[in-house]
Design a protein around this ligand. Structure first.
Ligand code: ADP
Length: 498
C-alpha cells in the first residue's frame, strides 16, 4: 500500500522559492524503524545551489538588518505559536525520520518553541553598554550589529531544536541565514523553516540547501559572502569546518562530541540515580552529545546500583517510537549500528565485561529497522577506548572509584568536556564537583542530559571552540560589537592625549 502513495518531493528554499537542485539529483528520507516507510525525497544539492542561496541571503540582508529588532522578534513569536499548534504533527514526522520516541520528539519541537519565545524576548533587549567617556562632553556606548549572512550546518539527533538554536538568535539579531540540514533528517528543518515563512518571514532571510556534507556543507563554509559558520556534529568534521573557516578568518562556532560522566557517590539516592542513568544513557538511543556514557560508581554502592540498572535495562521496551509504551527507538542509520557493534568488540577485546545487550536486535519486531540492544559494560578502566571515545549509541560503561577525588580525576581524564553529573546528598561534595568538573555543563542529582534553552550550551576541551549556543551566548555569536563615540564638545578632543 505504501509503495502506491505519491512520493513527496521536497525542495530547497532559496530567495523564497522552493527549488530542485541544479543537478536535479535527489536523495531519500526513510524511517529508521521501518525502512519500507519513505517520507519523501530531498534535493541533493551542490556548490551552485549553495551559491544561489548565499546570493539570496545577501540580498535579503540589505533590508532585514533595517527591520527593527522588536518587529523581527514578532515573527519569531508567531512562529513559536504556530509550532505549538503543529507540535504533534511535526513530532510524528520527526519520529518517522530519525527514530526517537514520540515523547522525545514532542520535546524536540517544544525546545524550538521555547527558543522562539526566548529569542523573541531578545528583540527588546539585545543590550549593549553605555559608559563614561574619559573626555568631557563626549558620549560612549557599544551596540550589537548583525554579522551578515550566517551559514549553519546541523546534525540529525535534534533535527528541529538545534536548527532553532542557530536560526532564531541569528534572525532576531538581524542576520540572514543559509542552513544545511543533516541528510538523515531534512524534513524537520523543512517544517521549521516552513513555519517561519508562514509566520511572515520575508523571502531570502532564511534559505535551506539540502544535501550531503562534502557537496552542500563544504561550499557553504568556504563561500566568501558567508560571514559566520555555526556547526554541530562530529569532532572529525568539526575539525575540517574549523580549519576552513579559520583560513577565511570567519567566526566559527563548533559544538561536537562528549564522553559524559555521571558520578554516583555512596550517599546518593540510588533509586533516583538508576532512573537518571536509564534516561541519560538510553534516551534518544544514546545518540545525544550529552548522553550519559560513563557511570562512575563509588565502590560501596557499585554492586547494588549495577544489579538494579541491569534489571531495569533488560525491561526496556524497544521498537517503533510511534507505538505506545515504547521507551527506546532505533539508531538513525546502518552506520550508527556498525559503530555501536564496533565499540562492543573493542570493549570486549580490552577486557570489559558485557552485562547486557551488545548486539543488533534482529527479531520480527525489529527486522525492518536499525535496532541495537541497550548495552552495559562493567569492569571498565578509565584508559580503555570504551571509556575515552564517543560511541553515540546505547552503549554504557560502568567504572568504579574509591574517593571523591578519584572520581573527579577519572571524570576529567578524557579529551572531551561537555556534560557531567553527580548524585550525592552532600552539599559540600556537590559544590566541589560543580567547581572541579571540567565541562560546560554540570548537573547535580540529574543525569547528563536536560539542557534548557536560556542557559549557555557547549563544552570545553575538544567538545568545542569556546562558543556557546542557547542563552545570551548565542546572541554573542550572532552579533558583533560596534563602539560608538559621540563628541558634543564642538572641538577636537584626542583620547589618551588631551
Ligand atoms: P554525525 O555523526 O552527527 O552525522 P557529522 O559531523 O558527520 O555528524 O555531520 C554533521 C553535519 O555536518 C551534517 O549536516 C553533515 O552533512 C555535515 N558535514 C559532513 N561533512 C561535511 C564537510 N566536509 N563540510 C561541511 N559539512 C559537513
Amino acid at each position: 500500500m505504501r509503495a502506491k502513495q505519491a512520493e513527496k518531493r521536497y525542495k530547497n528554499l532559496i530567495g523564497g522559492k522552493w527549488l530542485a537542485a541544479h543537478s536535479r539529483k535527489t536523495f531519500e528520507n526513510r524511517n529508521p524503524a521501518d525502512r519500507d516507510d519513505l517520507l519523501g525525497t530531498f534535493p541533493s544539492s551542490g556548490k551552485a545551489d549553495v551559491a544561489a542561496a548565499v546570493a539570496a541571503a545577501k540580498d535579503a540582508f540589505a533590508t532585514w538588518r533595517l527591520v527593527p529588532a522588536p518587529r523581527r522578534a514578532e515573527i519569531l513569536y508567531r512562529a513559536g505559536e504556530l509550532l505549538a499548534q503543529r507540535k504533534e504533527v511535526y513530532a510524528r514526522e520527526m519520529t518517522r525520520e530519525m527514530g526517537k520516541v514520540l515523547e522525545e520528539t514532542c520535546g524536540d519541537v517544544q525546545e524550538a518553541i521555547d527558543t522562539a519565545f526566548y529569542m523573541a524576548g531578545e528583540g527588546r533587549r539585545l543590550f549593549g553598554q553605555t559608559t563614561p567617556s574619559e573626555l568631557p562632553n563626549k558620549f560612549a556606548m557599544s551596540v550589537r550589529m548583525p554579522v551578515g549572512v550566517c551559514g549553519m550546518i546541523a546534525p540529525w539527533n535534534f533535527p528541529m531544536a538545534i536548527p532553532s538554536w542557530k536560526l532564531f538568535p541569528a534572525l532576531v539579531a538581524g542576520n540572514t541565514c543559509v542552513i544545511k540540514p543533516a541528510e538523515d533528517t531534512p524534513l524537520s528543518t523543512h517544517n521549521l523553516v516552513q513555519t517561519l515563512m508562514d509566520a511572515g518571514l520575508p523571502p531570502g532571510v532564511v534559505n535551506v540547501v539540502h544535501g550531503f556534507g562534502p557537496d552542500a556543507g563544504a561550499p557553504l563554509v568556504e563561500h566568501p559572502d558567508v560571514r559566520a559558520i555555526s556547526f554541530t556534529g562530529s569532532s572529525e568534521v568539526g575539525r575540517i569546518v574549523g580549519q576552513v573557516a579559520a583560513a577565511h578568518f570567519k567566526p566559527c562556532s563548533l559544538e561536537m562530541g562528549g564522553k559524559n560522566a555521571m558520578i554516583v557517590m555512596d550517599d546518593a539516592n540510588l533509586d533516583l540515580a538508576v532512573e537518571g542513568a536509564l534516561w541519560g544513557a538510553f534516551g534518544t538511543t544514546g545518540q545525544r552529545c550529552t548522553a550519559t556514557s560513563r557511570i562512575l560508581l563509588h565502590k560501596k554502592i557499585a554492586r547494588v546500583f549495577t544489579e538494579q540498572l541491569v534489571a531495569r535495562t533488560k525491561n526496556l521496551r524497544i521498537g517503533n517510537g510511534l507505538e505506545k509504551g515504547i521507551q527506546m527507538g532505533p539508531q538513525v542509520n546502518q552506520q550508527q549500528i556498525e559503530t555501536s557493534a564496533r565499540y562492543v568488540k573493542i570493549a570486549l577485546a580490552e577486557g570489559a565485561k558485557l552485562l547486557v545487550g551488545g548486539k543488533p536486535l534482529r527479531g520480527a519486531a525489529h527486522a525492518k529497522g536499525f535496532f541495537f540492544a541497550p548495552t552495559i559494560f562493567s569492569e571498565v578502566e578509565p584508559t580503555m577506548r570504551i571509556a575515552q571515545e564517543e560511541v553515540f549509541g546505547p552503549v554504557l560503561s560502568l567504572l568504579q572509584f574509591g574517593t571523591f577525588e578519584q572520581a573527579i580525576e577519572i571524570a576529567n581524564g578524557i579529551e572531551y568536556g561537555l556534560s557531567t553529573s553527580i548524585y550525592t546528598r552532600d552539599v559540600n561534595r556537590a559544590y566541589a564537583a560543580v567547581r572541579d568538573l571540567e565541562a560546560g555543563i554540570t548537573y547535580v542529582n540529574a543525569p547528563t542530559i536536560g539542557a534548557e534553552v536560556h542557559l549557555p550550551f557547549g563544552g570545553v576541551k575538544q567538545t568545542g571552540n569556546g562558543h556557546r549556543e542557547g542563552g545570551t551566548g548565542a546572541i554573542d555569536f550572532y552579533t558583533t560589537w560596534k563602539s560608538v563615540y559621540v563628541d558634543y564638545s564642538d572641538r577636537l578632543q584626542r583620547a589618551q592625549i588631551d
